[in-house]
Design a binder for this molecule. Structure first.
Ligand SMILES: O=C(N[C@@H](O)C(=O)O)c1ccccc1
Length: 331
């Protein structure tokens, strides 16, 4: 693994969480304003090859929603569960983010819906976008939507849609459609050929939105307010798949990413990357040393540079901190 100029390197904190969190497939991670970690997982539901038919209709509806708590709020130091919610609501969780009021915004690829939920553990549905179990590609339907990002200033909501739509939609804070770019955009300049826009991250200091354009193995960034293309970050070492991204304004702007297994062809080693956003230079790469990445599926970075990666096949969340601190911990 590489080290950045100062020799800093992210290393796994192997004794986190202190107690087993009984997780299913971990699809999404978020942070709240207190720096606690929010985990969105699938309990006993599995996204397998028979979960959907060829028209993206979910096939296991009669099994009912996941009965376990799909949303766990855990403290970032010990991994203790502070709140557990999200029971009997979801079928196949995917993305999760928090807004400036610590509400949760989540996507469910089986429901083809986006939900705004109260973050107080009561899961009040404050807003629902899309029609339950009905895929579509107009302004009121999604097709396996993957993630949400919320602009902390305007409150505008961005949805990456998704496995079977290849577009980014922009909504007002109240859920009113504003615009979209990618497939189906009327404006040729905004017709970005995404191949599974899989993860979103908002860059508050730059007012940009970055997209993990998964099967194109690249990160695409846009002006959040206009959808205008800003830059692309694509590296051979990604191996053709970028599953998730996260951004930290620290140190001038650092973009974090995890790659994935390409459906066919050479598999690059699965790892996380720390990228200097303005120079596009990879400063560090990292992976766990007491377990292995199997399907790193989401990533978040805290204000102090702690990184969490959720793995949808290892059914676990892994914590990483800077090596200098880690050495300090070891004494
Ligand atoms: O992409 C897939 N899964 C992950 O991204 C996920 O679990 O969100 C997938 C695709 C086809 C069949 C089975 C799984």
């Amino acid at each position: 693994a590489q080290r950045d100029q100062q020799g800093a390197h992210l290393v796994e904190v192997s004794d986190w969480p202190e107690a087993d969190l009984q997780l299913g497939q971990v699809s999404g991670l978020a942070l709240n304003s207190n720096g606690d970690l929010v985990i969105f997982h699938r309990g006993d539901h599995i996204w397998g090859i028979d979960s959907f038919n060829m028209n993206a209709i979910y096939q296991l509806r009669d099994q009912g929603p996941i009965q376990q708590s799909t949303i766990l709020l855990v403290d970032s130091v010990k991994g203790k569960v502070l709140k557990a919610s999200g029971k009997n609501m979801f079928y196949l969780p995917h993305g999760i983010t928090t807004d400036h009021d610590d509400n949760y915004w989540v996507t469910d690829v089986a429901l083809h819906q986006v939900f705004k939920l109260s973050g107080n553990g009561k899961d009040q549905q404050l807003l629902v976008l899309g029609e339950a179990f009905e895929p579509g590609s107009d302004k009121k339907h999604f097709c396996q939507p993957t993630d949400v990002a919320v602009d902390p200033v305007t409150g505008n909501v961005y949805v990456s849609d998704g496995y079977c739509n290849s577009r980014i939609l922009q909504f007002s804070p109240e859920g009113k459609y504003i615009s979209h770019w990618g497939a189906g955009s009327s404006d040729r300049k905004r017709r970005v050929p995404f191949r599974i826009p899989h993860s979103l991250t908002f860059l508050p200091d730059k007012r940009e939105l970055c997209v993990a354009d998964r099967d194109n193995g690249r990160i695409q960034c846009f002006m959040a307010d206009t959808g205008e293309f800003v830059k692309e970050i694509k590296k051979d070492v990604f191996g053709g798949e970028v599953f998730a991204i996260a951004y930290s304004p620290a140190q001038g702007g650092l973009l974090y990413a995890v790659n994935g297994e390409p459906p066919y062809g050479q598999a690059a080693p699965l790892q996380g990357f720390v990228i200097n956003y303005s120079s596009k230079e990879i400063l560090d790469s990292f992976s766990p040393d007491t377990q292995v990445f199997k399907l790193p599926h989401d990533i978040v970075v805290t204000a102090d540079g702690t990184v969490f990666v959720g793995d949808a096949a290892a059914d676990s969340v892994m914590k990483f901190i800077q090596s200098a601190k880690a050495e300090h911990r070891s004494v």
